[in-house]
Write a protein that binds this ligand. Structure first.
Ligand SMILES: Nc1ncnc2c1ncn2[C@@H]1O[C@H](COP(=O)(O)OP(=O)(O)OP(=O)(O)O)[C@@H](O)[C@H]1O
Length: 254
């Protein structure tokens, strides 16, 4: 079956004053995939995401999200997407149930907080405050908040940074589950193992340009076909596998 684009970015340019952060990039995100934007610090990933999310103005270029043009239908786009807020966005004195109720009010939707917390395995923290959660729990909670308006697409900017190996793997499972339930996921990450494991396709961004888009498998096969060889013989496991084998796979953060 042909892949249906749900996001189309055409020749996007973003200048901050004299500085060109995004220099004419084009790509499509397909419906139902996990799409990764990869690249070094300052490559222009967050800028690109924020423009697609309608949070930042572009300098030029065309973008459509779920059939809506960002210039003429930003409000319709906002209704169809879920964006992870930075931690500072959460009221410190509200517990998770109250925070979800607050978000439901903002979106004008009626969903039980327990249902949302169940999706991210946080029902036992329903009465806890956000600030008292572990790093992995905070990330899961913020992913739950992206799902409240039943979005077509969610955007996750480095969702596993700072998490331990179990918490990262559990978050990968959660993100796959969200994809399997029909939500398209756009993610940025600096972890290549994460991108390889999680993303259906990735785009490499460097210096404001896209320098390649493909599946992780194709990229790797292409490199090998070009004669690339790792210097060291690769073992069948790595230190992270040892860590997981010794400490288990269960949720760690209570
Ligand atoms: N508001 C701003 N004003 C001026 N320059 C900015 C602004 N926001 C970002 N930049 C610059 O634009 C470039 C791209 O930044 P961006 O945050 O999009 O990169 P990134 O790929 O997300 O990087 P990282 O991986 O570090 O998050 C950087 O050189 C950054 O300093």
């Amino acid at each position: 079956m042909a892949q249906q684009p749900i996001i189309t970015v055409n020749n996007l340019v973003k200048n901050y004053g004299d500085f060109a952060a995004v220099k004419g990039i084009s790509f499509e995100v397909y419906e139902g995939e996990i799409f990764g934007l990869l690249g070094p610090n300052g490559a222009g990933k967050t800028t690109t995401l924020e423009i697609i999310e309608t949070l930042r103005d572009k300098t030029s270029g065309n973008i459509t999200v779920d059939g809506f043009n960002i210039e003429t239908a930003a409000d319709s786009i906002k209704q169809r997407i879920g964006v992870q807020l930075q931690a500072a966005g959460y009221y410190p004195n509200l517990n998770l149930t109250e925070l979800i109720e607050l978000f439901c009010g903002l979106y004008g939707v009626n969903i039980s907080p327990v249902t949302m917390l169940e999706k991210v395995a946080l029902t036992d923290k329903a009465k806890a405050k956000y600030k008292d959660l572990s790093g992995g729990q905070k990330q899961r909670f913020s992913i739950a908040t992206t799902l409240i308006n039943n979005p077509r697409i969610i955007f996750l900017d480095e969702p596993t940074t700072g998490l331990d190996p179990q918490a990262r793997r559990n978050l990968w499972d959660l993100i796959r589950q969200i994809r399997d339930n029909g939500t398209t996921v756009v993610i940025t990450t600096h972890y290549m193992d994460e991108a390889e494991e999680l993303c259906d396709r990735v785009a490499f961004v460097d210096g404001g340009h896209i320098i390649g888009i493909d599946t992780p498998d194709h990229f790797i096969d292409e490199l090998i076909a070009g004669g690339f060889k790792r210097r060291k013989e690769v073992k069948e496991a790595n230190l992270e596998d040892v860590f997981i084998a010794k400490t288990g796979k269960e949720w760690r953060e209570g």
